[in-house]
Design a protein around this ligand. Structure first.
Ligand SMILES: *Cc1c(COP(=O)(O)O)cnc(C)c1O
Ligand code: SF4
Length: 345
């Protein structure tokens, strides 16, 4: 595990930009697993994996309209440990710790602040909220990374939540399979297997096909073999995956390994992440190219989480050009016109 610039300096020839990163109370700590480091190409300063884990001075820059909490998560938090942004689902911040810190992390106001796992009191608060708010049908176990918690802590959280709301759909949101697949032990899987009735979903974050190693695939496979479907949420990241070729390769490899590409996120306006955001026009162009090349199964939904807590909206060009007396005018993927009339009876 690498947790300082000094250690990095011994292992990599750091660039000016990397050397001039300044640590501050607002910055995200440096933490890279040995496993993930072994996937980096040490000779390439622009390596897609290196960019995701080695900080640069660009993180110290603040752009206009950026904020530490653009999604207004704090405002939508009935308690400090959960966010109720959408009526029927809540996000539980199980811990602020991750196995590795992503330089593009959008929840850095919370992540890596050393506040640690949620307390018994926090959990009780969430459970009584669930008992009162029966409209909540899904819970996202997120953070931080829920799989940094011990097996017994995870068991305790799941069983408490299921007692409070037995029909809850539970999403296990984690980057662990990409940064430390060795964490996915048989005993961890047996924790989830001990709730055979529970509708679990594994939500991974693979951003580049090189993260999908044999070990990572095996780790995800353990969940899938235990009956837990896997869905992937990628972030569109400048200098990492912001081209249709790389994303096409990633999405096809995900589907091949039984992981459904779910979202491709436009970067949020989080302070210090400007270097990762892709201009929207370019993002839309990439989305268009992907739609032409990928199967429906392999195609993720490109989406933005709008500033000031506006929530998630899909981003894609419209294929409806207008309407006339004959019906709706559509543009096909290869640019032809088609008419689709409304029913006449
Ligand atoms: C993204 C998100 C969800 C889940 O949204 P889906 O579109 O259902 O994946 C839930 N709560 C919060 C706070 C979120 O940011
Ligand atoms: S694993 Fe998730 S919460 Fe942790 S640093 Fe990466 S993006 Fe942020």
């Amino acid at each position: 595990m690498i947790n300082s610039i000094e250690q990095l300096k011994e292992k990599l020839k750091l660039t000016e930009e990397e050397l001039s990163w300044k640590e501050s109370p607002q910055s995200l700590p440096v933490l890279i697993t040995d496993y993930y480091f072994s996937l980096l190409d040490p000779k390439d300063p622009n390596d897609a994996l290196r960019r995701q884990c080695v900080p640069t001075s660009a993180e110290n820059r603040e752009e206009s309209l950026e904020s530490s909490d653009p999604l207004a998560e704090v405002e939508h938090s009935p308690s400090k440990r959960f966010i109720h942004r959408y009526k029927n689902r809540i996000a539980l911040l199980t811990t602020d710790i991750c196995a590795q810190y992503c330089r593009h992390c959008f929840r850095r106001r919370f992540t890596g602040n050393f506040c640690g796992p949620l307390t018994e009191e926090d959990l009780k608060e969430c459970c009584s909220y669930l008992e009162k708010h029966t409209e909540v049908k899904e819970i996202l176990l997120t953070g931080g990374d829920v799989l940094t918690l011990s097996d017994s802590a995870i068991y305790h959280i799941v069983s408490s939540l299921r007692e409070a709301s037995p029909r809850l759909v539970i999403r296990i949101c984690t980057r662990m399979v990409a940064v430390q697949p060795q964490r996915i032990t048989d005993s961890l899987i047996s924790v989830f297997k001990s709730f055979p009735e529970a509708p679990f979903y594994l939500m991974t974050q693979f951003n580049h096909v090189r993260e999908l190693t044999d070990e990572a695939v095996k780790a995800v496979g353990k969940f899938i073999d235990a009956g837990i479907p896997a869905m992937n949420q990628s972030v569109l990241l400048r200098g990492v995956n912001d081209n249709a070729d790389d994303l096409e390769e990633l999405c096809n490899a995900l589907v091949f390994n039984r992981i459904k590409p779910y979202y491709l996120f436009q970067g949020d306006l989080v302070t210090g992440t400007g270097t990762f955001r892709v201009p929207l026009e370019r993002g839309l162009e990439i989305e268009k190219q992907l739609r032409e090349r990928l199967s429906g199964l392999a195609m993720p939904l490109y989406a933005a989480d709008l500033p000031d807590g506006g929530g998630k909206v899909p981003l894609c060009g419209s294929y409806i050009e207008g309407k006339d007396e004959n019906g709706w005018i559509f543009r096909t993927l290869d640019g032809q016109k088609r008419i689709y009339p409304d029913p006449q009876i």
